[in-house]
Unconditional design. Structure first.
Length: 168
């Protein structure tokens, strides 16, 4: 179990570093998705399948996809066509694919029960809500303000590009 945790942690660290250092925003978001998926595997290994599912559904499934659509919306024009052509090259997808394939193999190993050596205790949504909104209330509120600031910033940037008459 410690080996699987180590592999998932290594993938999380590598994918996060690659996400921060990529110049292309789409590539950075792809590595961010891999990082979030590896965190979901870590949560599952630690015995929190509900937190793991929330990590995939909320972060990888909703927030990162929303950010990806915003990035795609802001990259309008001839440069967007050239960038899209570079995204179709297979060598760009090798890094995220290898990390995601390793995570998928590890997750399947865990789901099939061969890698499970400890008993997993399932937490109810009520217990997760109590844990989030009692000792971590300030952290949850700060995260919500950061997300709100990101949405307002994306609107402000997109308004000038998509609707040029709004510059008046």
């Amino acid at each position: 179990m410690e080996v699987l945790f180590g592999i998932a942690a290594f993938i999380a660290i590598v994918a996060t570093l690659l996400s921060v250092t990529r110049l292309n925003a789409v590539h950075a978001l792809l590595y961010l998705i891999v990082s979030i998926l590896s965190l979901a595997v870590i949560f599952y290994i630690l015995g929190a399948p509900f937190a793991s599912a929330l990590e995939v559904i909320v972060y990888a499934g909703a927030i990162v996809v929303l950010m990806l659509f915003v990035v795609m919306m802001l990259n309008l024009g001839h440069q967007a066509v050239e960038r899209e052509k570079t995204l179709l090259r297979p060598r760009i997808w090798i890094g995220p694919f290898l990390l995601a394939a390793l995570l998928m193999a590890e997750f399947l190993f865990l789901l099939l029960g061969e890698g499970r050596t400890t008993k997993v205790t399932v937490q109810s949504p009520t217990q997760v809500g109590i844990a989030l909104f009692q000792p971590y209330l300030i952290a949850v509120e700060i995260a919500s303000f950061l997300l709100l600031a990101g949405v307002v910033g994306a609107y402000h940037l997109g308004r000038k590009i998509v609707f040029p008459e709004a510059k008046k």
